[in-house]
Design a protein around this ligand. Structure first.
Ligand code: PLP
Length: 448
């Protein structure tokens, strides 16, 4: 993620109210908490965000993939209002309430896989990943975890250990959790094996034969975790054989296959969950972000026999599955289904990809355009031959977009990728306007 200070230094605050609040933020908020855009949001609806100085922005970040159903969708806001008048909290581990159970049932039904499933609810993507690994360990009695280069799973000790990108995520924060093994991902544009797909025959799958001899005995590996499309790593879309190949390796060695769909889930890629594009049913899935339109909630959903491995009382937490958040999730999922946001994601993705590929033709700094549904990324390079990452250009483009009223964010292990995560309720004219701003901003920066 790009550091807010870098952008704040580039563009002046959009008005007096912002300026004085920024001053207070600098004084009272710990410096490690930074923001991509130096603005303070007053309200947001659909795909449009308004700041405290009255400026309007089209949102191409969705609060990092959280508002797939748009900002403040009416049915979700209504459900939250009604639930908050009835009950805010009891802690499900003290006394129970219906929305938790109803959401668990919904998640078990909408996630892929025909085996009976169960769910547990927690608060953040990181917490879901932590619990998925705990559950896999209890189920297999094996502690090792395989994770992938360029992956992102969160900021707690275990999830930071599973995450790639030293700065800003890991630098000075070690030592890391033991028994985490990293393997190459299928980042074809920057293949670690210097191969080309499909002629390569997938060295990244082949590698496991060597890995299980040189690095870790599969008899000690309890789980493998992967994002079906690596998000923070730069929207890395693997070839169609990769995920089924990993699943087969897991089956052979009795390893629990965990799909981290925290960013890819809930219609973002044109299907409810990204693994559906690959015909893979994970043993466990981790879900968060767009599950509840911004209310803090996450879930671990998986095969009943695995999910039931920890005996009563061994997993949970004070706030996990808060009734207001569960109600928001039920309303969000219903809205996604009724409004066919999967179909909408396909269309948005097709428009964005087409326009970005055309931009690539006239802009040599665009090395790669990749997408799955409405998860679209543009990777910038200084030179198409050497592929030297163009990080500064990405910072500048994001700043130019912001000046023109488009909120967009970076990604990538080299911080040289711009990722697009528009709310899936974005109108055609807003989409067209936003793409126009991005094209103009790229032209301005790349012509310099
Ligand atoms: C794939 C993935 N997993 C886990 C997380 C961590 O989620 P949270 O920030 O809610 O802890 C993220 C956050 O961006 C993510 O993209």
């Amino acid at each position: 993620m790009l550091r807010g200070t870098e952008l704040a230094n580039m563009i002046s605050p959009p008005g007096g109210k912002t300026e004085s609040l920024l001053e207070k933020k600098r004084r009272y908020v710990a410096r490690g908490i930074s923001s991509v855009a130096p603005i303070f949001v007053e309200s947001a609806k659909g795909s449009v965000v308004r700041d405290i100085d009255g400026n309007r922005y089209i949102d191409f970040s969705s609060g990092i993939g959280v508002v797939n159903a748009g900002h403040c969708p009416d049915p979700v806001v209504d459900a939250v209002k009604a639930q908050s008048e009835r009950l805010l909290h009891t802690c499900f581990m003290v006394s129970m309430y219906a929305p938790y159970v109803e959401l668990a049932e919904t998640l078990a039904k909408i996630t892929p896989g025909s085996a009976p499933k169960k769910a547990m609810l927690v608060n953040s993507g990181s917490e879901a990943v932590e619990n998925a690994v705990k559950i896999a360990r209890a189920a297999t009695k094996k502690t090792g975890v395989i994770a992938f280069e360029a992956g992102y799973h969160g900021r707690t000790l275990l999830t930071m250990s599973l995450t790639s990108k030293v700065r800003p995520y890991k630098h000075e924060f070690g030592p890391f959790a033991p028994e985490v093994y990293k393997v190459p991902s299928a980042y074809c544009y920057r293949c670690i094996f210097q191969s080309n797909y499909p002629e390569c025959g997938l060295h990244c799958l082949e590698y496991f034969k060597r890995f299980f001899v040189s690095e870790a005995d599969p008899s000690g590996i309890g789980s493998m975790i992967i994002e079906p499309v690596q998000g923070e790593g730069g929207f890395i879309v693997p070839p169609k054989e990769f995920l089924p190949g990993l699943k087969a390796i897991c089956e052979e060695h009795e390893i629990v296959f965990i799909a981290d769909e925290v960013q890819t889930g809930f219609a973002r890629t044109g299907k409810m969950f990204a693994v559906e594009h690959y015909g893979v049913a994970p043993d466990i899935m981790t879900l968060a972000k767009s599950i509840a339109s911004g209310m803090p909630l996450s879930a671990v959903v998986g095969r009943e026999d695995i999910m039931d491995a920890p005996t009563p009382g061994r997993v949970g937490g004070t706030y996990g599955g808060n009734p207001v958040a569960c109600t928001a999730a039920l309303a969000t999922i219903d809205f996604i289904q009724k409004e066919d946001l999967c179909g909408r994601a396909e269309k948005i993705g097709a428009v964005l990809t087409h326009r970005m590929k055309s931009l690539q033709e006239r802009c040599p700094a665009i090395g790669d355009v990749r997408s799955l549904g409405a998860m679209v990324a543009v990777e910038f390079v200084k030179n198409r031959e050497t592929k030297e990452p163009a990080r500064d250009e990405v910072i500048a483009i994001i700043g130019e977009c912001l000046k023109r009223g488009l909120l967009v964010m970076g990604a990538g292990i080299f911080s040289n990728v711009v990722r697009f995560l528009p709310p899936l309720v974005i109108t055609e004219s807003q989409l067209d306007q936003a793409i126009g701003i991005f094209e103009e901003s790229t032209d301005v920066v790349c012509r310099k």
